[in-house]
Design a protein around this ligand. Structure first.
Ligand code: ATP
Ligand code: MG
Length: 283
């Protein structure tokens, strides 16, 4: 059996549990207990604050963890990053008061920068040879310039609206992050086998993200044209219909292209187009 550390509440909680559920692993909500054994896979969820997850995995209390890459980079825990998970996207950026004339990184020389991510910031400043003072604050970093604690901030940004609301502007993106699956180093064979199975299932999830399954009736004469419009995984599936001059065509497409493709297919005579969600793609 393996143990996976996930955030007990907060921004990553819901998607972490959903990801497990989508690959056939149901675990109880953290409200009831700190540890929850899945009945459908030899795995146990350990609910923690996100800051603690990298260390708990590095130390061996959990074999796996789901956490923001930003937390892994900040604490420098010795873990393997197995794969990005496609949620929890954000970036760590430097921001300055919006009235400042910002003219490049040299602006930060001799300034005070407030952050909850001192290690990532210090590494960045050292690499760019900028000498600045790092003021460590654990919460509400964005108010630091207004109250005079710092001249600038280094913080998590996703939409940027918090910065704007606090009279700040983002001037440098330092670190791009998303939720990742991490693992302890030096796994035994049983752990490795269970992780391989999880990764295999997760890949089918990742591949199906943003995909739609399309099926339609099409005049036989338009089939070549339709195949050009629909580059399927291998090639579209074409099936005969009772009426000889018609066929049924099935294909998987990117959801982003849906309406463009539908217009093109209608123009060559497609009818009865069905659009369906794709749950898993197993290659
Ligand atoms: P905990 O109580 O577990 O310590 P927290 O308050 O430190 O929670 P959350 O705000 O829930 O953490 O964020 C968890 C992770 O979500 C972040 O470390 C980051 O990777 C990601 N994230 C994505 N978007 C944002 C955002 N707009 N602000 C903060 N974190 C974000
Ligand atoms: Mg935290």
């Amino acid at each position: 059996m393996i143990r996976i550390a996930i955030q007990s509440k907060g921004r990553l909680y819901e998607e972490s549990v959903n990801l497990l559920k989508n690959i056939g692993i149901e675990v109880d909500a953290p409200k009831r207990k700190l540890l929850s054994r899945s009945l459908t896979f030899p795995i146990e969820a350990l609910y923690l604050r996100d800051d603690d997850i990298p260390q708990v995995v590095a130390g061996g209390t959990a074999t796996l963890g789901i956490v923001g890459q930003n937390e892994v980079a900040e604490c420098g825990a010795d873990v393997s990053i197995l794969c990005p998970l496609g949620f929890g996207a954000c970036r760590l950026s430097l921001a300055v008061p919006k009235a400042e004339c910002y003219d490049g990184l040299a602006w930060f020389k001799g300034r005070r920068i407030a952050t909850s991510y001192p290690n990532i910031l210090r590494r960045f400043l050292a690499e760019k040879q900028i000498e600045a003072t790092v003021e460590v604050i654990t919460g509400s970093v964005e108010i630091a310039p207004a109250v005079g604690i710092a001249d600038a901030i280094f913080d998590i940004v996703s939409s940027g609206s918090t910065l704007i609301a606090n009279g700040l502007k983002e001037v440098e993106t330092v670190f791009e992050s998303e939720a990742v699956l991490i693992a302890r180093k030096n796994l035994n064979q049983e752990e490795q086998d269970l992780i391989d199975e999880l990764l295999f299932r997760m890949e089918s999830e990742t591949l199906s993200r943003g995909k739609k399954y399309l099926l339609m009736n099409l005049p036989r004469a338009s089939m070549d044209e339709a195949i050009r419009i629909l580059p399927a995984m291998r090639s579209p599936t074409v099936m005969p219909l009772a009426s000889e001059n018609w066929c049924s065509l099935h294909s998987v497409i990117d959801a982003a292209d849906l309406w463009t493709k539908v217009r093109q297919l209608k123009a060559i005579g497609a009818e009865g187009i069905l659009v369906m969600d794709v749950d898993k793609i197993i290659l």
